[in-house]
Design a protein around this ligand. Structure first.
Ligand code: ZN
Length: 151
């Protein structure tokens, strides 16, 4: 009999396809103010600022060792990030896993019945392809999957 407290061994294929935590996404009401805060905290300059029109956000990236922080400021109060800030005043919004092959991971998750927000990848910041897993499938945490651009 299976013990309900012990999760089944993870299928090797998808586990191997997840490389690392690429970044933590942090929603902020004022990107310039947050950049100044994080530059003071990290003692390092912001490395990349980019507007992502499809997500209605402006983003700023910092490196922290091998991973990154992504600050997200809404460009539209009705956007997902705008509503998050309205409700919670900001804070950690998502965790992003870097994957080697996003389409393969999405297909595998669908096969396993993992609840997805995106069945198909969409364009993200820094030229990545991204997709989101529903928080209901991850203990209440929004998970972003990201595949780096080729080359
Ligand atoms: Zn992100």
């Amino acid at each position: 009999m299976s013990d309900p407290e012990t999760p089944a061994a993870p299928p090797a294929a998808a586990a191997a396809a997840i490389r690392k935590i690429d970044h933590l996404g942090i929603a902020v009401p004022d990107l310039e103010a947050a950049i100044a805060q994080y530059e003071a905290l990290l003692g390092a300059p912001c490395e990349h600022i980019e507007e992502v029109p499809t997500e209605k956000v402006r983003t700023a990236f910092f490196s922290v060792g091998e991973t990154h922080l992504e600050l997200l400021e809404p460009t539209d109060p009705a956007s997902v990030i705008g509503q998050f800030i309205e409700k919670r005043r900001g804070g950690i919004h998502h965790i992003c896993f870097e994957v080697a092959d996003l389409d393969a991971v999405l297909a595998e998750y669908e096969r396993r019945g993992v609840r997805l927000i995106d069945r198909v990848a969409r364009p993200g910041a820094r030229g990545c392809r991204v997709a989101f897993v529903h928080p209901a499938a991850a203990g209440g945490v929004l998970i972003e999957l990201s595949q780096k651009p080729l080359g």
